[in-house]
Write a protein that binds this ligand. Structure first.
Ligand code: HEM
Length: 400
């Protein structure tokens, strides 16, 4: 009998950010599907919400940075010592505990004021530019980088340097792309962090690099692990937030009624951010996070052999009608909104509270500061950054 070819990933979004119709159609057929990955390998794609949660909390699955030997992880940082997604079980919990204080409620509260100050400064810099101006250059790229400077305890002026390296690390990351430039950038980034961390001996403070140096001094982590932890936080925390600001703004431009709702009621900012995360999470040609079962497993009645590739389709889970009413509707007042944009289980995003804070500061005030904010080009002229997993745009020219 004639066999249907397997659905192939990636399934590109439409108009840069709208969910792919192929993804929606496949998701509607069931919670798990056999697919072909960009690498050419066959494997499984989990699109159901409950099934995704089950995989992400099951210790039978290794994380994205621990692929079986036959597979390459989809980025050079996955697999590096100290990068949290390259560890599992007790070792992962131990390393995560070392960075956890930097993300505690107390530290995030301390950062809140700084985030507001940084955003206000960047808004004014943007306002002072001749129009049209590139919002990426003046807001979406520097904001998360400056916040990470504060989190790590490095001078603001260095943000452009390390954010440039972080950007390079995340570029050409699709599993089939070339990687030499991102390897070089990863090494350079680690060297920079190592130097800054050692500098904390003379100039300690309430920041991540001081915590990490203490962990090394007390024998809780090797220097290599500490540097990997910091570099991982930096890379994970920068690119996804940049793309989320840009995708969120494009979403608001595409939905003028929702934008008006937000302008009329800025208290909706929290919920608007959640809805942006649910429906327009970062990603370009990115369909989820990889997991590898160490034993034979069964998901939703489908038998999956050990050591296969199982992609947990976080973006697809946002459209599961078992958890979201009218999931294809962008509703900034949606409540409840239990999306999985920050993942689930032991590797859930440790920076979620900080990311939410940054997004809330942007979306809660940008349309007040720039009431006529709009794209200076037709949306189809925006160039999606296809070579970077998180997406975002080459430039984001705006008028106001
Ligand atoms: C909109 C912004 C963000 C999104 C959508 C996002 C999303 C995610 C997702 C889906 C994961 C799980 C990866 C996996 O299990 O394979 C993750 C992990 C992680 N994220 Fe985020 N993230 C964001 C912002 C941040 C920020 C601001 C930071 C830190 C400053 C951060 C640091 C991390 C770290 C360190 C991990 C690894 C956690 C672990 O393996 O234990 N992220 N993030």
């Amino acid at each position: 009998m004639f066999e249907q070819p397997l659905p192939t990933l990636p399934m590109w979004r439409v108009d840069h950010i709208e969910p792919s119709p192929e993804m929606l159609a496949l998701r509607a057929k069931g919670p798990i599907h056999r697919v072909r990955f960009p690498s050419g390998h066959e494997g499984w794609w989990v699109t159901g919400y409950d099934e995704a949660q089950a995989v992400l909390s099951d210790a039978a699955f290794r994380p994205a940075g621990m692929p079986p030997e036959t597979f390459t992880p989809d980025s050079v940082i996955l697999g590096s010592p100290g990068w949290l997604v390259s560890h599992e079980g007790g070792k992962h919990a131990w390393l995560r505990m070392i960075v956890a204080p930097a993300f505690s409620n107390r530290r995030v509260k301390l950062l809140a004021q700084q985030v507001e100050t940084i955003a206000a400064q960047l808004f004014e810099t943007l306002a002072a530019q001749p129009q049209p101006a590139d919002l990426r250059r003046h807001l979406s790229f520097p904001l998360p980088a400056m916040v990470i400077s504060a989190l790590m305890g490095v001078p603001f002026e260095e943000h452009a340097f390390f954010a440039g390296l972080s950007d390079e690390v995340m570029t050409h990351q699709h599993e089939s792309g070339p990687r030499s430039a991102s390897r070089v950038a990863w090494e350079e980034l680690r060297t920079y962090i190592c130097r800054k961390m050692r500098g904390k001996r003379e100039e300690p403070g309430d920041n991540l690099l001081t915590d990490l140096l203490a962990a090394v001094d007390h024998g809780k982590a090797t220097e290599e692990e500490a540097v990997g932890l910091a570099a991982g936080v930096l890379v994970a925390g920068h690119e996804s937030t940049v793309a989320q600001i840009e995708f969120g703004l494009l979403a608001m431009f595409r939905h003028p009624q929702q934008r008006e709702r937000l302008v009329r009621d800025p208290f909706l900012a929290d919920k608007a951010v959640e809805e942006i995360l649910r429906m327009y999470s970062p990603g370009a040609g990115w369909d989820g996070i990889m997991r590898y079962p160490r034993t034979d497993v069964t998901i939703a009645g489908m038998d999956i052999p050990a050591e296969s590739k199982v992609l947990v389709g976080l973006p697809a889970t946002s459209f599961d009608p078992r958890h979201f009413e009218d999931p294809e509707v962008f509703d900034i007042g949606r409540d409840p909104n239990p999306h999985l944009a920050f993942s689930y289980g032991p590797h859930n995003c440790i920076g979620a509270a900080l990311a939410r804070l940054e997004l809330k500061v942007v979306f809660g005030s940008i349309f007040q500061r720039f009431p006529a904010l709009r794209l200076a080009v037709a949306p189809e002229e925006l160039k999606l950054r296809k070579e970077i997993i998180t997406g975002g745009f080459e430039e984001f020219p705006v008028l106001w």
